[in-house]
Design a protein around this ligand. Structure first.
Ligand code: PMP
Length: 363
């Protein structure tokens, strides 16, 4: 059996070493005589797995002690609701920056629960840029400021963390598609959240990293399962957590440490994406990336063909060449190559070679 290069946006490719370790441990974890899937979440084996995963994540991101790490379910979509429920804290509204489809989803859900002010939007530029900060109409009284550091669908990424005029306003970030892809200063944020299925592990787990003073102020009537305090007070074990995904995430964290940590991953991710963008830009217009150069994503590289009628042919031949998952999101079409941590440089090289060959044959 041959593994393909899997460019899917999520669920996404995992490090082969991690899959092999999971396979080796599948029926008997560490002499316990049982699979991780079969363990009580409150037993000593799983407690050890859970604690190690959290510690490794804390090490990787240098998470300060006054932040809780929560291992939740419900995906990033559930966070779109949990954030306003917990963080509005009686204030009139929160600020949201609109840089694409995921920002809009977060805005739509927050609107159901309280006041939302959209401080700026790049909709008029078809989400190919990030609105210049000089034009953001921020509110000095905002409950928090929400943004999407990497817009997975169109491939737009912030390469700097915004500095707000009012440093007291908690910065909230949907890092679903770029968490762990580079070092980040967690102390700049009030809350970071991410679905696991891109850069963390299999689907089914949602990570929340939240500053302790923001916990415990959920609005009256918030369901128990949507209150951060529920999970902060129970080591994320109020109810049965997604144990196997938590274990898999832990293996990925160990793998990241073995690779040398997030600075090493950042170097690799930047190199991988730069090579692919160069191949697109140097194709005499055969391939085209619509995203402005300054905010092109390291994680999700989007491109189109000048002759759109060739796109199905491109996708079909790529698939036949072992390059899978390159179809763009259904909202925007075109192509998208997701280059998360687990995508090796050789996978990107194989894609670039295929693109050059395809252009040769159809250009
Ligand atoms: N935010 C971003 C940036 C995403 O990429 C995604 C998933 N593609 C989501 C939110 C939604 O995640 P989930 O399916 O885990 O709810």
């Amino acid at each position: 059996m041959q593994r393909v290069h899997n460019f899917s946006a999520g669920p996404a490719t995992l490090p082969l070493e991690v899959l092999q370790q999971a396979r080796d441990e599948l029926t008997d974890w560490n002499g316990s005589g049982m699979s991780v899937m079969e363990m009580s979440h409150r037993g000593r084996h799983f407690m050890a797995i859970a604690a190690r995963a959290e510690q490794d994540l804390r090490d990787l991101l240098a998470i300060p002690p006054n932040y809780k790490v929560l291992f939740l379910q419900g995906g990033a979509h559930t966070q779109f609701a949990m954030i306003p429920l917990n963080l509005l804290r009686g204030r009139a509204s929160a600020d949201y920056l609109d840089t694409g489809d995921w920002s809009l989803k977060a805005i739509g859900e927050a609107r159901r629960l309280g006041g939302v002010r959209v401080v700026a939007s790049s909709a008029a530029n078809r989400y190919t840029t990030i609105p210049p900060q000089a034009g953001w109409e921020t509110d000095a009284q905002a409950a928090y400021f929400h943004y999407t550091p990497n817009e997975t669908i169109r491939g737009v990424e912030f390469h700097q963390v915004p500095v707000l005029a009012n440093a007291g306003i908690p910065l909230v970030a949907d890092m679903s598609s770029n968490i762990l892809s580079r070092p980040v200063d967690v102390s700049r944020f009030g809350l970071i959240y991410a679905g696991a299925q891109k850069n963390i592990g299999p689907a089914g787990l949602t990570l929340v990293i939240v500053r302790e003073d923001l916990i415990g102020q959920a609005r009256a009537g918030t369901p128990t399962m949507l209150d951060y305090a529920t999970f902060a007070d129970s080591d994320s074990m109020y109810n049965t957590p997604p144990t196997y995904t938590w274990y898999m995430a832990g293996l990925v964290f160990q793998w990241l440490k073995q690779q040398g940590g997030l600075a090493v991953m950042a170097g690799r991710n930047q190199r991988k994406s730069a090579r692919l963008y160069a191949a697109i830009d140097d194709s005499d217009g055969f391939y085209r990336c619509p995203v402005a150069a300054a905010c092109r994503s390291w994680m999700n590289v989007t491109f189109t063909l000048a002759d759109a009628s060739l796109e199905p042919v491109f996708l079909q031949q790529a698939e036949a060449a072992g390059l899978s998952g390159l179809k763009g999101h259904r909202l925007v079409g075109g192509m998208r190559a997701s280059l998360y941590n687990a995508m090796p440089e050789a996978g990107v090289d194989a894609l670039i070679d295929f693109m050059a060959d395809f252009r040769h044959r159809h250009g």
